[in-house]
Ligand binder design. Structure first.
Ligand code: FAD
Length: 475
């Protein structure tokens, strides 16, 4: 069995691992658009969470298998067409994540000083696409983060953490330099609903609460029932952290943070003569008359009240978004633009609802599967991505063993795949002037990044551009 997996984030690696252990003679080609692997495990997870990145050790192990090929620096749908890949594989598994962000759709979103959390996170984590972001952390002393998920709290924490605490992480030197000049003293994290509906987890809240010399604006206890012990366990733990405040309240706090609830932005406002952000107008919300304010899913409605928060810096942290790969529809693979996923059955088989309305088996597009954020939507941590990738790999293996049609054995296919995999498209790709990389190339880049980091007393200093990554291979 020859399989193309598209995207080398956690979903791609865990799917490869599981599939190769279920079908020992399967050969997996893992395509990655960047020279370097690991997706958001490298470019999303916060630099001060090194333990989360330990999953990369497992991925390194997976890559040692003789049945595994890494094809880096090849962007599927651009450097190689999906239709070209199809003839050479039995199955294609999409695990290409979510590489765009949701917008709020309000005036001023493109003002100078308004960023998406995805850009900012990518910037401090060395994602080549965002190395020229140049966020102005000196324009004012306030920042506002819109959204109350873990990514929002990551952004707030990076802005508030003393730079010396970040120096030995793998945050880029450029980000350290900007952060060391930062004038930000107050970060407000704004959410549309209340604390019982917020998406962040207790670990992230606790970390933010306990940054030295950072105070927290107490939250309104009336959001909670008088006896918080009655809350479900997870909400109870978060409530304890938020109501208690910092473990060691600072006597002379140099910085502060706050959670603003029941507020939703309606415009980012510029100064009269420039394109620079100066404030955000928020519409105040209230729980819908039919909603139970203690329920996780309580909905809110706007009131007539608004307020304005002065700030020169704002981050939209309202979610990532997947998009369709070019050429998907030519292969009969649908894309749900509303949900931002490739439609799939509960196991990860790609389904085309128009093929078999109401009948998932009939709707399966043979040979196509998906895993990770492009399968479920952009939520979930690495552990849940792993569980989900295992489900996808298991269904590929069981379909293979039960003899259902695969890519080219389906009616209208060539009968059989060439089995050539990457070798079948290599010339086309190289002919397009693309420099495809193998695992040993990544290992060399990794080595040079670690050497650069070693000189600075940190684990690695990432390369900030594809050219520099490729240059490391020639130097
Ligand atoms: P991704 O990790 O996004 O991987 C997709 C890969 O596909 C990328 O490498 C991308 O370059 C590649 N790709 C895209 N398009 C193409 C193409 N056309 N051709 C080839 N390759 C392509 N989880 C935790 O457990 N702990 C944390 O602390 C944590 N922090 C996070 C912080 C942030 C800011 C974010 C955004 C997420 C965080 N997560 C965390 C969640 C975790 O990162 C995700 O669950 C996981 O990375 C999703 O895996 P994935 O493989 O589906 O997507």
């Amino acid at each position: 069995m020859r399989v193309a997996i598209i995207g080398s984030g956690p979903a791609g690696f865990y799917t490869a691992y599981r599939l190769m252990s279920k079908i020992p003679d399967s050969i997996v080609d893992l395509y990655e658009q960047l020279p370097v692997p690991f997706g958001l495990a490298r470019f999303g997870v916060a630099p001060d969470h090194p333990e989360v990145k330990n999953c990369q050790d497992k991925f390194e192990e997976v890559a040692e298998s003789p049945n595994f090929n890494y094809i880096g620096n090849v962007r599927v749908g651009h450097d190689v067409q999906l239709s070209s890949l199809k003839a050479h594989y039995d199955a294609m598994i999409f695990s290409y994540g979510a590489s765009e962000d949701k917008k709020l759709g309000i005036p001023g979103e493109d003002l100078h000083g308004v960023f998406s959390a995805r850009e900012f996170v990518g910037w401090y984590n060395g994602l080549p696409q965002f190395q020229n972001l140049a966020p102005d952390l000196e324009a004012g002393d306030r920042a506002v983060v819109i959204g109350q998920g873990n990514v929002a709290l990551d952004v707030a924490r990076i802005l508030l953490t003393p730079v010396d605490k970040l120096r030995h992480t793998d945050i880029t030197e450029q980000a350290l330099e900007y952060l060391s000049r930062s004038r930000i003293r107050q970060v407000r994290v704004v959410g549309r609903r209340g604390p019982l509906q917020a998406a962040f987890t207790v670990k992230e809240a606790r970390e933010l609460m306990n940054i030295e010399n950072v105070s927290f604006e107490p939250i309104d206890p009336s959001f909670y029932p008088t006896d918080i012990k009655k809350l479900p366990r997870i909400q109870k733990r978060i409530a304890e952290v938020l109501l208690k405040g910092p473990k060691n309240p600072p006597t002379h706090a140099s910085k502060s943070w706050a959670l603003d609830f029941l507020k939703s932005p309606i415009s980012f406002n510029p100064s009269p003569s420039t394109n620079n952000l100066t404030s955000i107008t928020l519409s105040h919300q209230t729980f819908a008359p039919t909603a139970d304010p203690l329920s996780k899913s309580a909905s809110v409605v706007p009131t007539n009240e608004t307020s304005t928060l002065p700030t020169s810096l704002a981050f939209r942290s309202v979610g990532y978004k997947s998009t369709a790969l070019p050429g998907l529809s030519d292969l009969g693979v649908p894309f749900d633009t509303k949900l931002g996923i490739i439609p799939n059955d509960p196991y990860g088989r790609v389904v085309s609802p128009s093929k078999g309305p109401g009948d998932l088996a009939a709707a399966h597009v043979p040979g196509f599967y998906c895993a990770g954020w492009v399968k479920r939507g952009p939520t979930g941590v690495i552990a849940s991505t792993m569980e989900d990738a295992f489900i996808s790999a298991d269904v590929v293996a069981s379909d293979w063993e039960s003899g259902v049609p695969f890519l080219n054995s389906a009616p209208g296919g060539e009968g059989k795949s060439t089995g050539l995999g990457w070798e079948g498209v290599r010339e086309e790709v190289l002919g397009n002037g693309v420099r495809a990389l193998g695992w040993s190339d990544w290992k060399r880049i990794d080595e040079v990044e670690r050497e650069r980091g070693g000189k600075l007393g940190k684990e690695r200093e990432k390369f900030g551009s594809v050219d520099e990554m490729l240059g490391a291979l020639d130097g």
